[in-house]
Design a protein around this ligand. Structure first.
Ligand code: OFO
Length: 170
């Protein structure tokens, strides 16, 4: 049986992961309407990964004989202007998700729930990778500035991103 405080932060984390998916989908729609199909693809793949992040926690709570408590998902922001502005927003968002994951880790340590402490390690590593990937895109976008040809080529590069599944046990 899972510790109730840990269960509660894990349920909150499910909501944050699904909100992340919503946010990336809103961004994907913006890029699609802007004719940046590679950016649209990249953010859509990320949305799928976020759904999976939520599902892995969902499965984990059930495996620990806990109670899944799904809450309302907030409406995502829609005020997008250009790729750099969007990726700066992504970076800020992912930093907040990293903090949230770290809080799950701290709570599981405080409550001596070592199974969850071990489980959440994968998310800690994933956040390092996500922040790094986003920073990489931001650095390139800053380098291009207003060079439309470079943006066009980078958009094609982002189209190559492949969805990788990390399913927990289902
Ligand atoms: Fe789930 O990693 Fe981004 O938010």
């Amino acid at each position: 049986m899972i510790n109730k405080k840990v269960e509660s932060v894990l349920n909150a984390q499910i909501n944050k992961e699904f909100y992340s998916a919503y946010l990336y989908l809103a961004m994907s729609a913006f890029f699609d309407q802007s004719g940046l199909y590679g950016f649209a693809h990249w953010t859509k793949v990320q949305a799928r990964e976020e759904v999976e992040h939520g599902m892995i926690i969902f499965d984990y709570i059930i495996d620990r004989n806990g109670t899944v408590d799904l809450q309302q998902i907030n409406v995502p922001e829609k005020n997008f202007e250009n790729p750099l502005q969007v990726f700066n927003k992504i970076y800020e968002h992912e930093k907040s998700v990293t903090e949230s994951i770290e809080c799950v880790a701290s709570m599981s340590e405080e409550e001596c729930d070592l199974a969850t402490r071990n489980f959440i390690n994968w998310y800690i590593a994933e956040q390092v990778e996500e922040e790094s990937n986003v920073m990489d895109v931001i650095s390139k976008l800053k380098m291009f500035e207003d060079n439309k040809a470079a943006l066009y080529l980078f958009d094609k590069e982002l189209m190559q991103r492949e969805y990788k599944s990390h399913s927990y046990n289902k």
